[in-house]
Design a protein around this ligand. Structure first.
Ligand code: THU
Length: 129
């Protein structure tokens, strides 16, 4: 699957976002090396600290479905931002933990702007055990 297609799946997932507090919907789509796609959207909570980002929703769904770390090929993320969306720091740690430093990432917005990057570029010198 091409990254353009994966970004389209992230856009579709974005429509499912539960974001009544920020009204800021985010979609993610995580591609496995064997071609499966796990969708993610942000899920907010009145207890704001419990909000979960789209990227983590996608990764956690994949792990719950039995995916192992480093089984992933690419991640696409989209939001209604001026430029390509930027994952938060918590997501960057989860992305590199489960996706590995070489995971391909396409960041986008609703205007068609995109940025291709990697997990390592998103979080240099990441903490690991
Ligand atoms: N959020 C994401 O889901 N992904 C990102 O890349 C950036 C921010 C969400 C949007 C809103 O729900 C906020 O983070 C809540 O923590």
């Amino acid at each position: 699957m091409k990254l353009d297609e994966l970004l389209d799946k992230a856009k579709a997932a974005r429509e499912n976002a539960y974001a009544p507090y920020s009204k800021f919907k985010v979609g993610a789509a995580l591609l496995t090396k064997d071609g499966r796609v796990f969708a993610g959207c942000n899920v907010e909570n009145a207890s704001y600290g419990l909000c979960n980002c789209a990227e983590r929703t996608a990764f956690f769904s994949a792990v719950a479905a039995g995916c192992q770390r480093d089984e992933f090929a690419a991640l696409a993320v989209v939001g209604d931002t001026d430029g390509p969306i930027a994952p938060c720091g918590a997501c960057r740690q989860v992305i590199i933990e489960l996706g590995g430093p070489d995971l391909a990432i396409r960041l986008g917005n609703l205007r068609g702007d995109t940025r291709d990057t990697t997990a390592r570029e998103q979080l240099p010198d990441a903490f690991s055990l």
